[in-house]
Ligand binder design. Structure first.
Ligand SMILES: Nc1nc2c(c(=O)[nH]1)N[C@H]1C(S)=C(S)[C@@H](COP(=O)(O)OP(=O)(O)OC[C@H]3O[C@@H](n4cnc5c(=O)[nH]c(N)nc54)[C@H](O)[C@@H]3O)O[C@H]1N2
Ligand SMILES: Nc1nc2c(c(=O)[nH]1)N[C@H]1C(S)=C(S)[C@@H](COP(=O)(O)OP(=O)(O)OC[C@H]3O[C@@H](n4cnc5c(=O)[nH]c(N)nc54)[C@H](O)[C@@H]3O)O[C@H]1N2
Ligand code: SF4
Ligand SMILES: [Mo]
Length: 726
């Protein structure tokens, strides 16, 4: 038995793992006690990955749909036919006929992400979709407008802050997003231990809120009004930060908007009372840096998917950034820092034009965000006739049918595709519609660096892992799949001849494998190019190593706007925000105490793909439940355990009810990622009985968030009743 160090690539915590391997077989998987950041911590999902990796349902060979079901084909046959069919479609209809959707796990492999962009550039199609419009595209949109590129994302300095205000996140379960936080509770408790405070604004008293800090209920979707009240408070009472003002523009427009939303007007929309608001606002302002950096100070606002997936994620995230900056907490200890990643990813992306697309969707006219379009427009992009209509798609590491809005509508559209190729470890619900299934390696079969935490840790560290075991059959890493597909299309990756030449070197006589630009070689090159370390040095520290300290004082160097100033008042927002807020406020007031649905992540679930191991779905975990307060249930004549019907203007689902004292009145919660009954490629998941909450969400341009087309997954209006008796 050999023990090997690696790290988890399920969520952004990137916890160190220790694998026991016998021959080429993985025997056990546990936390790595030597990892410099996670220090022996791993959650249930991380350790259960052993079962995912060893699952008998893994795709082992390329498969092709035939009249008698899926049949094994060789890689050559699959690539040849996919290439030929795509070439024919491109010739007839143009490059945009080929679309793509990349899902969440792609964000955990550097070569997968790069490869996906590179392949779509090779094709020359703008029809790239991703899970981003369900997750964080509002953050990318705001960063591009304020700081110059989507990937400049100031990170809360959890290790030093004196006041952390968390809106819409539950790191005890999720392990957080856009901030590297592998031991969440310990790291948040440390804030209190040094005399600081942690605040949670959330319509649910979360596992995190119960463990640390103070919690205030906030009405789903209303964060933007809380933030407006806080902005006004900061402008009235805080000393504005002179350095921020020197390096920014747009203050007068921010003021003009803020003046319209003093707390007297904004707070009634949030459900937060004035006394609580003043406590939190005073705390934030008192601990802020204002003019100069003083040790032991620093306050920071942080928002996550709870706000991203609401109806106003862009305005809310913009306000978070404006408030952190004006109060002097941007780029200061305990505030929001520019992380110092391996290499200056933002600058490299700007130079390469990555994430900077100006394209718009054909239906709905939404801007590309991080070069991707909103999934809520995908059904129409496939079904609406016209020059850019999508006729073929590659779906990699995603399960859009279960995770994007309106399953039935999307399924009907995807069923019309002339060609659907799914690259995955499994045949999931989306894969059932595929013409070709291409088997991907698991993360334990792939070399990597922790991409997910690269730009999100304030104290940089790096780890490089080899494949822990080789693939047991014909699974391939995505980079090699994309480069092979590009070759079959006769197009160079990234549309760049230089890349095409590099990738073709291995075909020179007598060179072969030695010069082939594999996933491993690509990683080595990138690590080397960072000038901070080398692949060899990293391999000497199999559990990873830290690479320096958190940095402050990086303004204005890190700002990449054309004039080098932070744009506090991006024009597109300023032109519309006044009206948008008035409209939204009026509709919220009219709706009053209507029942609203929010999302809820669970420890034993990871989006749609961790339900295929026994332990994750044992006992009462075999389904998702609707959570409701006892008084909301009572007023509807509903009791614990009852089957209930949840209806929105788009659809309905039937699930069992659980009563919970942890929710705000008039709020219900239903976990996502369920609805596997037809998934015969996932034997264990198929036997579960949960329902897909996204049947209640709209994939309709008019229902998407105005600026980015984010899907509205939180704050949905629903009704809950007993099922119809038949
Ligand atoms: N209602 C509601 N809906 C939501 C959310 C919510 O909070 N509420 N959250 C949203 C969020 S934040 C996200 S990120 C999306 C996720 O949405 P998606 O990314 O579309 O879906 P996942 O369920 O993460 O599916 C991941 C797929 O990748 C496969 N996979 C795993 N590892 C690999 C790999 O290394 N390579 C390849 N090729 N495949 C792999 C898995 O088998 C699985 O089929 O869901 C969104 N949907
Ligand atoms: N166990 C587990 N961990 C995961 C995942 C998973 O599926 N399962 N998914 C991973 C992924 S892809 C991501 S992106 C991250 C996300 O990580 P987080 O952003 O931390 O996600 P959640 O835990 O869903 O926290 C969102 C919170 O927002 C609250 N909320 C809902 N609506 C509102 C609102 O209108 N306003 C406010 N203020 N709060 C609101 C919800 O009650 C919930 O507690 O988690 C990752 N980690
Ligand atoms: S917290 Fe995330 S990275 Fe850590 S073990 Fe769990 S799933 Fe893996
Ligand atoms: Mo996500």
């Amino acid at each position: 038995m050999v023990s090997k160090r690696t790290f988890c690539r399920i969520c952004e915590a990137a916890c160190g793992l220790q694998a026991e391997v016998q021959g080429e077989r993985l025997i056990s998987l546990g936390a790595d006690p030597e990892h410099p950041i996670s220090k022996g911590y791993a959650c249930l999902r991380g350790t259960q990955y052993l079962e995912v990796h060893n699952s008998p349902d893994r795709l082992k060979y390329p498969m092709k749909r035939t009249a008698r079901g899926f049949a094994r084909v060789s890689w050559d046959e699959a690539l040849e036919e996919i290439g030929a069919r795509m070439r024919a479609l491109i010739e007839r209809f143009g490059s945009d006929a080929v679309g793509m959707y990349i899902g969440n796990p792609a964000a955990f492999s550097l070569s997968h992400s790069l490869g996906a962009f590179g392949w779509m550039r090779a094709v020359g199609s703008k029809n790239l979709y991703s899970s981003g419009s369900q997750d964080c595209n509002n953050k990318f949109w705001v960063a591009r407008r304020m700081y110059g590129v989507p990937s400049i994302q100031p990170v809360p300095d959890i290790a030093r802050t004196r006041c952390l205000i968390m809106l819409g996140s539950n790191p005890a379960v999720s392990h957080a997003s856009f901030v590297h936080l592998p031991r969440p509770i310990e790291q948040l408790r440390a804030i209190e231990k040094r005399g600081g405070s942690v605040w949670h604004l959330n319509p649910r008293r979360t596992e995190t809120a119960k463990a640390v800090g103070r919690h205030l209920f906030i009405r789903p979707g209303s964060d933007v009004f809380f933030l407006l009240a806080l902005l006004d408070w900061v402008l009235q009472r805080g000393t504005l930060d002179a350095r921020t003002l020197r390096h920014s523009r747009g203050l007068s427009q921010v003021r003009a908007l803020s003046e319209k939303w003093p707390k007297e007007r904004a707070l009634p929309l949030t459900g937060i009372n004035e006394k609580d608001f003043e406590a939190i606002a005073d705390d934030y302002v008192e601990r802020s840096h204002h003019g100069t950096e003083r040790p032991g100070e620093g306050a920071v606002l942080y928002g996550s998917t709870g706000i991203n997936q609401g109806g106003q994620g862009t305005l809310a995230y913009w306000l978070i950034n404006v408030i952190n900056a004006l109060s002097g907490n941007l780029d200061r200890a305990g505030g929001a820092l520019f992380s110092e990643p391996l290499f200056d990813l933002p600058r490299m992306m700007k130079l390469a034009g990555l994430g900077m697309s100006e394209a718009r969707t054909r239906v709905g006219g939404f801007e590309a965000v991080m070069d991707t379009f909103p999934a809520g427009t995908l059904p129409q992009a496939i079904q609406t006739p016209g020059p850019e209509q999508i006729r073929a798609m590659v779906v990699s590491a995603g399960n859009p049918l279960l995770t994007c809005p309106d399953e039935s509508k999307l399924e009907a559209a995807m069923a019309e595709l002339e060609l659907l190729v799914c690259i995955d470890m499994f045949r999931n619900e989306t894969g059932n519609l595929a013409h070709f299934l291409l088997p991907a390696t698991s993360f334990l079969e792939r070399a990597d660096i922790p991409l997910s935490s690269l730009g999100f840790n304030v104290e940089p560290y790096l780890q490089m892992t080899e494949p822990v075991v080789p693939a047991d059959a014909e699974q391939r890493d995505e980079w090699s799949i994309y480069t092979a597909l590009a070759r079959r299309l006769g197009k160079p990756m990234f549309g760049s001849r230089l890349f095409g030449t590099l990738l073709a070197l291995d075909r020179l006589p007598g060179v072969g494998e030695r010069l082939s630009l594999t996933n491993e070689r690509l990683l080595e090159l990138l690590v080397g190019a960072s000038m901070k370390t080398t692949a060899r040095a990293l391999r000497a520290h199999p559990s990873g190593r830290t690479l320096g300290d958190a940095k402050t004082g990086q303004l204005p160097r890190r700002i990449l706007t054309d004039d080098g100033l932070i744009d506090l008042a991006p024009q597109t927002l300023m032109e519309t925000a006044h009206d948008e807020l008035e409209r939204f406020a009026a509709s919220e007031r009219a709706l009053g105490p209507a029942l609203r649905l929010i999302s809820k992540r669970e420890r034993h679930s990871h989006n749609s793909w961790m339900h295929n191991t026994q332990r994750m779905v044992a006992g009462d975990r075999h389904t998702n439940y609707l959570y409701m307060t006892p008084s909301d249930a009572q007023s509807r004549g509903l009791v614990e355990g009852a089957r209930v019907r949840v209806t929105s203007d788009r659809g309905e689902v039937e699930v069992s009810l659980k009563l919970s004292q942890d929710l705000m009145p008039n709020t219900v919660a239903l976990p996502h990622g369920w609805g596997h009954q037809r998934a015969d490629g996932l034997k264990i998941a198929q036997s579960t009985s949960g329902q897909n909450v996204n049947r209640l969400c709209a994939a309709d341009p008019t229902a998407l968030e105005r600026y980015t087309g984010m899907t509205r997954l939180n704050g949905l209006l629903v009704q809950v009743s007993l099922p119809k008796t038949s």
